[in-house]
Write a protein that binds this ligand. Structure first.
Ligand code: URA
Length: 439
């Protein structure tokens, strides 16, 4: 096979065979295909697209360029399941979903990422826990999944190496925004975890990765279809990102919110609705629940009994974090030296968030990256966000800014004010979950 003939075939709009896609993915991973050819292939696909068969074949081919985890040898008494999100602001779902699923009988080997652009990353959040090893060796990872039922860790170099190179090339050749390529990229990494079932959270709204509702919907459909074709039953939920999902945004601050949620101390209803709905999907797909009401009852029981909190504690301890994190989170999680409240200046209703700008304000505070190699400040961010539609009057606290200096806090306050709108009339209420998509 010749790379240029495969590129030509796609450029001219023909369907590629599984063998051709395998050859190309392997060549991307082992370097036998040149940078120019990788870029030309990405552009050919960008304009001519992949159908669902091609997308499933490319997904599996990219997955197979690295290690594919196997769990059968552990004889786990439950299914291996996971969730992936396209990311957003205050999207702390993974930290609660993993332990909740574990408490309901699932095993969750979650490979998560760092923050990207304005969106936060689960790995950055967990790195705010002192001692937590987010890149353990394979033995410790497997042991933690077996013992705690959940281990949330970072991506290793052995996982879908073709995607690492392909994504980097797409990033600099204006070829990221293609549903087929995004689907293959996300799923090649997720399916390398050897899952029995997956649920996908595709965000829609002004803080989402996809620019329009329709595009988010198309991505959700593509992922559900391709993952299921590739042998991992998957459903997707389209969820709202026109406001931060949690009441906080920032690394240690979101961990604290997740711990309070798991301890049933402070449950944000919107966050709970989305978390439980995603859990319910994958509990049903994997056979751990027969229907939504059974799943929701199991999840509530996992929360009320403290079993979900216990699973989180076990995971943290197994991966090197403090044994008493759940009992005394504030004494372990780093805290910012400056806290500044953002107060309403007028009467009215909180009617919109510019969610992407809020995410960028966290980056500006030091809680995210502008360059890949940058270290971040886990202490900074926001908490106390009010939900859209909340009635406010002058002096009502709208949020609190956590910053490393007074100057940073003042800049973030300005950014926050520019990210919200207060109107005399209440906004139309928007659902937290728009749609369920199955293949
Ligand atoms: N996230 C990924 O992992 N890959 C893409 O192509 C886009 C977002």
């Amino acid at each position: 096979m010749l790379p240029q003939e495969i590129i030509r075939k796609k450029r001219d709009g023909s369907k590629l065979s599984t063998d051709e896609l395998r050859y190309f993915a392997q060549g991307i991973a082992d370097g036998s295909i040149t940078e120019g050819q990788v870029a030309a292939f990405a552009m050919a696909v960008f304009f001519q697209h992949l159908d669902a068969d091609e997308c499933a074949a490319l997904t599996l081919a990219m997955r197979d360029t690295g290690e594919v985890m196997e769990w059968a040898s552990l004889n786990l008494p439950g299914p291996v399941i996971d969730k992936h999100s396209t990311g957003g602001v205050g999207d702390v779902v993974s930290l609660m979903l993993g332990p909740l699923l574990a408490a309901c009988g699932g095993y969750v080997p979650m490979i998560s990422g760092r923050g990207l652009g304005h969106t936060g990353g689960t790995l950055d959040k967990l790195d705010s826990i002192p001692g937590y090893q987010s890149t353990p060796d394979n033995g410790l990872f497997r042991h933690t999944v077996q013992q705690a039922g959940v281990a949330i860790i970072g991506q290793t170099a052995c996982l879908a190496p073709a995607d690492k190179r392909f994504y980097a090339t797409r990033d600099i050749t204006a070829t990221v925004e293609n549903i087929g390529l995004i689907t293959a990229s996300i799923l090649s990494k997720k399916l390398a975890a050897g899952l029995d079932a997956l649920v996908m959270d595709v965000k829609a709204g002004n803080g989402a990765f996809m620019p329009t509702y329709e595009e988010s919907r198309r991505l959700a459909q593509s992922i559900a279809e391709v993952a299921s074709k590739a042998g991992t039953p998957t459903t997707a939920l389209l969820t709202d990102m026109n406001q931060p999902l949690a009441a906080s945004a920032g690394n240690a601050i979101e961990v604290l919110e997740a711990i309070r949620f798991l301890k049933n101390e402070c449950v944000n209803e919107r966050l709970k609705e989305v978390t439980f709905a995603l859990c319910s999907e994958v509990l049903q797909t994997s056979g751990l629940a027969r229907n939504d009401s059974e799943a929701l009852a199991k999840l509530q029981q996992a929360l009320d009994s403290g079993q979900a909190a216990e699973r989180f504690a076990l995971m943290v301890r197994s991966l090197g974090g403090p044994a008493d994190l759940m009992e005394r989170p504030e004494s372990h999680l780093p805290a910012a030296p400056v806290i500044l409240p953002a107060l309403a200046e007028e009467e009215g209703y909180l009617s919109s968030y510019h969610t992407r700008s809020l995410g960028l304000a966290v980056v500006q505070l030091g809680g995210g990256r502008t360059r890949a190699e940058q270290t971040i400040d886990h202490r900074v961010g926001f908490d106390g966000f009010l939900p859209l539609g909340h009635k406010v009057s002058p002096g009502t606290p709208l949020a609190r800014i956590h910053a490393r200096s007074e100057d940073d806090a003042r800049l973030a306050l300005q950014a926050f004010k520019e990210s919200i709108v207060i109107s005399p009339e209440p906004p139309e209420s928007a659902p937290a979950i728009y749609e369920r998509i199955s293949s």
